[in-house]
Write a protein that binds this ligand. Structure first.
Ligand code: NAI
Length: 334
């Protein structure tokens, strides 16, 4: 099948080209992300393959339809950037990669915790300037601390296991309880409010839905322990970024590790080093010594890239054969 692959970089082109030796699709690698403005590039392709920051709204999907596209094969687990109602109306199937490496994302969440806690990002910059002072670099033992995991699905569960390995106490919150959190890890499920109140570290692993959007808002931040650390490798809009800035400025929140940001589209994945950053909230977040931001890279391991490429191409092959594998259904968003 002819597939227009949007938002590609060297690393995913290499993984897709390698995986395609098995599937033999005709892949057109395109650099722009998929938006209303770039959708016409899909002309002549039956499938498009966007990444997490594509904008698959009604307008984009209409252009795709007019261009001959029948299927959207997402290279991601999350699908909050797709207007599923519009896709259904237009008869475009939406497929995704439900799991590619929960380890990749969970391990990155833990990397953010360790770096922030032991100030590795500051120490790195400091010693390169021959400043070998330890002032301001005091961290805390993870052993015995309480870690609140919000969303105990694939990634949250792996994160909980790693934190348990450090000797942390695991508190969890989810609409569906995972029995292993209690039986295997000795953790406990609790209300969101109690999790916020008791956790030293809070790590977000829920999808972005209307219910979870801005779940970490001014009120939630106020309930958190003074000095708590928040980690977000889920989706940016789980946190109200302006409220986060206020909590950091007030010294109430101890640290924030963010792999995602609510306005990351058009910024993350791009080299803007010669430009003036136009997002004032992101610019302010980058001024805090206790904030560590990575550019949506939690998924970026060899294993995850290989699995994303293979599942995406297999989804397209199955679609050609009339099988809707890993289809995203509209009702899943509610
Ligand atoms: P999953 O579907 O296995 O787990 C999500 C969990 O969240 C489920 O247990 C579900 O019951 C729970 N949940 C849903 N709505 C909830 C609510 N309102 N309140 C409490 N719990 C709720 O998903 P998985 O694979 O663990 O991924 C989680 C999220 O991580 C994805 O949706 C995606 O947004 C994000 N992600 C980020 C990546 C990155 O590179 N930063 C890469 C991959 C995923």
């Amino acid at each position: 099948m002819k597939v227009a692959v949007f938002d590609t970089h060297n690393y995913d082109q290499a993984a897709l080209a390698e995986a395609n030796e098995e599937f033999h699709h005709e892949l057109s690698f395109l650099e722009p992300r998929l938006t209303e403005k770039t959708a016409a590039l899909a002309l002549g392709h039956e499938a498009v393959c966007p990444f997490v920051n594509g904008q698959l709204d009604d307008a984009t999907l209409r252009i795709l339809k007019e261009s001959g596209v029948r299927v959207v094969a997402l290279r991601s687990a999350g699908y909050n950037h797709v207007d599923l109602a519009a896709a259904e109306r237009l008869g475009i199937s939406v497929l995704r990669v439900p799991e590619y490496s929960p380890h990749a994302v969970a391990e990155h969440a833990v990397a953010l915790v360790l770096a922030l806690n032991r100030k590795v990002h500051r120490a790195y910059a400091r010693v390169r300037d021959w400043n070998f002072s330890l002032e301001g670099l005091v961290g805390f033992d993870l052993f015995g601390k309480t870690v609140g995991i919000i969303g105990t699905g694939r990634i949250g569960y792996v994160a909980a296991r790693i934190f348990r390995g450090f000797g942390c106490r695991v508190l969890a919150h989810d609409v569906l309880e995972n029995p292993s959190i209690v039986s295997e890890l000795g953790g406990a499920y609790t209300s969101l409010r109690d999790l916020y109140r008791e956790s030293d570290i809070i790590s977000l692993h829920v999808p972005l839905t209307p219910k979870t959007r801005h779940m970490v808002n001014r009120e939630a931040l106020a309930v958190m322990k003074r000095g708590a650390m928040i980690i977000n490798t889920g989706r940016g809009a789980l946190i109200d970024s302006r409220a986060l800035v206020s909590a950091l400025k007030a010294g109430h929140l101890g640290a924030a590790g963010l792999d995602v940001y609510e306005e990351e589209e058009g910024i993350f994945f791009e080299d803007l080093s010669s430009e003036v950053l136009q997002d004032d909230v992101l610019a302010r977040l980058l001024t805090f010594p206790n904030v560590l931001i990575t550019s949506h890279q939690a998924f970026l391991t060899h294993e995850a890239l290989h699995n994303i490429a293979t599942t995406t191409l297999r989804n397209i092959t199955a679609f050609e054969q009339g099988i809707l594998e890993n289809e995203v259904h509209r009702r899943r968003t509610s």
